[in-house]
Write a protein that binds this ligand. Structure first.
Ligand code: SAH
Length: 298
């Protein structure tokens, strides 16, 4: 088994092929709920959300927060009680009904005109909306965009062959300056067939770094940014600047051209690399294996 530690000191396993072709069907998930085979459910909420709540909220109030593949996560109630608007999606109607029943929350049910067969279960108070359908049926035109994401038991529950589709969808649901908390698990993927699946840090990076237009323009922009600071920085600072670009290149991939151009202009004007650090989103902390914070995006 080939293993190495990532930056966060978590063991990275390279043998991910073991799980590559595994598929868990929606029917199998429904059966898990029927058979009460739901060991993933945390009665007391998730300790990592508690720990990193401030990072998710970033001091903001009245956020729209998305729970993909939500199950009956009790944290949805907790965030709604704090004044946020919670939206979840889940294939099991039983899970969603149990959620409302277990919290004694009255709710109403309505069809979702854009998605045949889907239902929206909404708390009477209006601040919890749970869609009963497949995550792949959703789009921002149906659910809007979100300021915060709690991805626990979601990316790691998605079939490996659907990961790219899932991540691309999540990116389209991100509001500007959204924060995305992702919980992953680290274990030897030859020892357990999943779910939860093992998703290595390198894959998370490429999944969420994906933008259809990523490519030449990025290299060109980085070149332009470097060229724009050449004139105003001394050589020591240019070295620092290169390190900064290396550090933030996954982040740059998630910025739009305009934002990169704006960063480049600002640098030219202020003549410091520090300014760029200040203006780029700061929630870029990578702790694969436990919780991964994706940066504020686009
Ligand atoms: N996030 C929840 C549940 C994790 S288990 C928690 O932390 O407790 C994964 C959940 O995803 C299951 O409840 C399963 O029914 C649901 N699910 C699986 N595939 C799905 C899909 N394609 N669309 C929506 N929900 C799905």
């Amino acid at each position: 088994m080939d293993r190495s530690a990532n930056a966060a000191g978590v063991l990275e396993h390279s043998d991910t092929g073991a799980q590559e072709n595994r598929v868990v069907t929606e029917e199998e998930w429904l059966q898990k709920w029927e058979m009460r085979n739901i060991g993933f459910h945390k009665e007391q909420g998730h300790p990592l959300l508690q720990k990193y709540l401030d990072v998710l909220l970033g001091g903001r109030s009245g956020l729209r927060i998305f729970f993909p593949l939500c199950g009956k996560a009790v944290d949805m109630k907790r965030l709604a009680d704090m004044g946020h608007h919670v939206v979840g999606v889940e294939v099991s109607e039983q899970a969603l009904k149990e959620f409302f029943a277990e919290h004694s929350l009255p709710y109403s049910e309505e069809p979702v005109p854009e998605i045949p067969g889907a239902k929206k279960l909404q708390s009477t108070s209006g601040n919890i909306s749970l869609y009963c359908c497949s995550i792949y049926d959703l789009s921002s035109s149906v659910v809007g965009k979100f300021d915060g994401f709690w991805d626990r038991g979601a990316l790691v529950a998605v079939n490996p062959c659907d990961r790219q589709r899932y991540a691309s969808l999540m990116i389209t649901l991100m509001e500007q300056n959204s924060s995305y908390l992702l919980v992953t698990v680290s274990y030897d993927p030859t020892k357990h067939k999943g779910p939860p699946f093992y998703v290595p840090e390198s894959e998370i990076n490429s999944l969420f770094g994906f933008l259809p237009e990523k490519g030449d323009w990025l290299d060109k922009m980085i070149g332009e940014m470097e060229a724009s600071v050449q004139g105003c920085l001394n050589s020591a600072r240019i070295i620092a600047m290169e390190e900064l670009l290396l550090m933030t290149s996954p982040l740059l991939q998630l910025l739009t051209r305009d934002e990169v151009r704006h960063a480049s202009d600002s640098m030219r004007k202020s003549g410091t690399a520090g300014y760029v650090l200040g203006m780029l989103p700061t929630r870029w902390i990578f702790l694969a294996g436990t919780v991964t914070f994706l940066p504020a995006l686009r």
